[in-house]
Ligand binder design. Structure first.
Ligand code: ATP
Ligand code: MG
Ligand code: MG
Ligand code: MG
Length: 474
């Protein structure tokens, strides 16, 4: 089954179960300051869950464009390292607004995945997780669906543990949330990774394919959990991940859509192998960048535009690593339009705009990319420990336009880390100088990248057994 066929099959299955097919919403959330980009299918229904908005249907199904490159769900740094994360992906979902609840939601998901008429996946390859205290969901899976106890894992809200699984879903720090049950697919012993809930689960063997959330609460800004007017259901299934399962490949980057996109990227980048991590990063990033631009985002130094700029520059750096000497990224737009334009006609109509914006950003960054890389190489060569000093990170950012995560991306390839605190200090003293200078009417930042964001420490991630500092520019 091709990617496009799975998208259609999903919508058709849920249509047959009485769901209204609703179009994907924009990547730029309408009137929602709590959200950077649309990160899940439920976003466009947030007010329906909260009881603030009525629709003329109580069941819906969508294929939603999602970007996870900032904010609460941020996978930017996973791209190039895992087989299953993208900055842009499509989330297939079915929703119940006070209509059905746990029993039906679980049964719908199971039937779609395992029945012969639909995906026909072997049940013994599927694992499920349930929220630790959710005996009801556990019993439905075990007693009604018949999943054996040794493939059902109870998972709490993690209590601070750093495993990937967390069976309490929330779209952001506030808003609708609730316990969930997730379905995993076991890609088999050839792939590294442990079962859900184990410390090794961050590998690509047991892959989370579908999250079924029982929407019950609204988390308020002061952390209170209010009951939603009606218990509801929100689910999200990763289109690319399930396509990989159906096509018998172990990586999203090997599905039909990515295979074609990678070949196009390879042709533009002097024949780089399609298994090359940098090429995969480029193929991933063209999707998020093109879709963001077609949804109206422009590269800038703050907010959404800054995230877009970071993704474009990250792609430019990976292209550079593969030997690109001139702008190349914009040239991938045509291949993407060919592959996804039918499902998303907006790509066709904004093709010229996408190319123009990408080319301009690539040209602008080209002026400083080489020099910045040289400076960094020199510093790394002279480095005594394994930590890149804050001053270097700051100079790269301020003078050469290297977003911090780009510097971190390079550092990580060498097994080095960044001195975020030193960077913060350098940034702070720059701000002070700028403040002092502005009293005399001097534009201190002329020419460089303006200092309008501050880096915020947001915790640690574990990937492939390595601990990394996670920080975002806010
Ligand atoms: P993971 O634990 O693998 O990072 P998640 O728990 O963060 O996934 P959810 O928020 O539950 O993901 O989203 C629902 C589904 O969307 C997931 O089960 C997965 O199939 C898919 N998905 C999530 N993030 C990505 C991504 N970055 N790229 C591709 N698919 C994704
Ligand atoms: Mg995730
Ligand atoms: Mg997860
Ligand atoms: Mg999940």
């Amino acid at each position: 089954m091709k990617t496009a066929e799975l998208r259609q099959a999903f919508l058709e299955y849920f249509r047959q179960q009485g769901h209204t097919i609703v179009s994907s919403s924009s990547l730029v959330p309408a009137d929602d300051p709590t959200l950077l980009f649309t990160n899940a299918g439920m976003n466009q229904f947030k007010d329906v869950f909260l009881g603030r908005e009525e629709r003329d249907y109580s069941r819906a199904t969508t294929s939603q464009k999602c970007v996870r490159a900032g904010g609460k769900h941020n996978d930017l740094e996973n791209v190039g390292y895992t087989a299953r994360h993208h900055t842009f992906f499509e989330m297939l979902g079915n929703f119940s607004f006070g209509d059905y609840f746990k029993r039906e939601a679980i049964n719908y998901a199971w039937t779609f995945l395992t029945s012969e008429q639909w995906l026909n996946l072997p049940p013994e390859k599927l694992w499920v997780t349930v929220y630790a205290e959710d005996d009801e969901a556990y019993d439905i899976w075990h007693k009604e669906v018949g999943v054996p106890a040794d493939r059902i894992v109870r998972i709490g809200d993690n209590g601070g543990a750093r495993y990937a699984s967390d069976n309490f879903w929330q779209m952001g720090d506030t808003g609708p949330c609730g316990p969930c049950t997730e379905i995993f697919y076991d890609h088999g012993p050839d792939v590294a990774g442990g079962p859900p809930g184990s410390p090794e689960e961050d590998g690509d063997r047991y892959i989370e394919i579908w999250n079924v959330v029982f929407m019950q609460y609204n988390r308020t800004a002061d952390g209170e959990m209010l009951n939603l007017p009606k218990p509801s259901v929100d689910t999200g299934m990763g289109l690319e991940r399930v396509t990989a399962v159906l096509q018998g490949v172990h990586s999203n980057y090997e599905i039909d859509l990515f295979d074609d996109l990678l070949k196009a990227a390879s042709a533009i980048l002097g024949g780089a192998a399609t298994t090359e991590a940098s090429l995969r990063v480029v193929a991933d990033h063209i999707r998020s960048c093109a879709f963001l631009i077609s949804d109206g985002v422009m590269p800038s130094n703050e907010g959404r535009g800054f995230v877009l700029r970071r993704i474009i520059r990250r792609a430019a750096r990976h292209g550079n690593k593969l030997g690109a000497k001139e702008p190349f990224f914009y040239k991938l737009t045509g291949a993407l339009v060919e592959l996804m334009g039918e499902a998303y006609p907006q790509l066709i109509s904004s093709r010229k705009q996408i190319e123009r914006v990408l080319l301009q950003e690539e040209e602008q960054f080209a002026k400083t990319l080489d020099k910045g890389l040289r400076l960094l190489e020199q510093d790394i060569a002279e480095l005594e420990g394994e930590v890149i000093p804050g001053e270097t990170i700051f100079t790269l950012y301020d003078t050469y336009g290297f977003p911090v995560d780009l510097t971190n991306d390079i550092a990580r390839e060498r097994g080095l880390t960044l001195d975020y605190e030193g960077y913060e200090r350098a940034m702070e003293s720059q701000r002070e100088r700028a403040r002092a200078a502005s009293k005399f009417g001097i534009d201190y930042n002329a020419g460089g990248m303006s200092i309008d964001g501050k880096t915020e420490f947001t915790g640690y991630d574990r990937i492939d057994g390595h601990e990394r500092i996670r920080a975002v520019i806010v």
